[in-house]
Design a protein around this ligand. Structure first.
Ligand code: RB5
Length: 145
């Protein structure tokens, strides 16, 4: 069964714990790469773990949360094959899948309520990539050697 990787920093910890309840309710498997409390920490320490896990296919996709979503998303996108999308609404999460084939949903924990996060997680998990012209564009994202 596909495993979803999770990561956060202290500012995303509480929302990440809530996201686990959403995944549990759907019967989905996940692996938590930390952090594990609200004690101040550095988001790259956890984002790099999730990014590496996607590169090696240890997990199939991910959900990442820091205060704004920016730092953790910037770090994740340094990893080959990671398409981490910063989302703040259900529609953006849906479009991140349809148009960008996003494989990590990034949310700003300090700016997103649980209801909105639930909608985004469900949209991220339930929406397929459209392919077609979007596939051509996604193919152009990696740096060419
Ligand atoms: C932590 O204070 C905050 O800087 C971090 O969670 C994130 O927003 C960085 O991009």
């Amino acid at each position: 069964m596909a495993i979803i990787g999770l990561c956060c920093d202290h500012a995303g910890y509480e929302l990440k714990e809530f996201v686990k309840t959403v995944l549990d309710a759907r019967g989905l498997s996940y692996k938590d790469y930390g952090c594990y409390s609200t004690e101040s920490c550095d988001y790259p320490d956890f984002a790099h773990q999730l990014g590496a896990a996607i590169e090696t296919a240890e997990v199939s996709s991910g959900i990442a949360i820091c205060g704004t979503g920016n730092g953790i998303g910037m770090t994740l996108n340094k990893h080959q094959g990671v398409r981490a999308a910063l989302c703040w609404s259900e529609e953006i999460a849906r479009l991140a899948r349809e148009h960008n084939d996003a494989n990590v949903l990034v949310m700003p924990g300090r700016f997103v309520a649980n209801v909105a996060a639930t909608s985004m997680v469900n949209a991220f998990l339930d929406t397929a990539f459209e392919g077609g012209r979007h596939q051509r564009r996604v193919n152009k994202i990696p740096l060419q050697k």
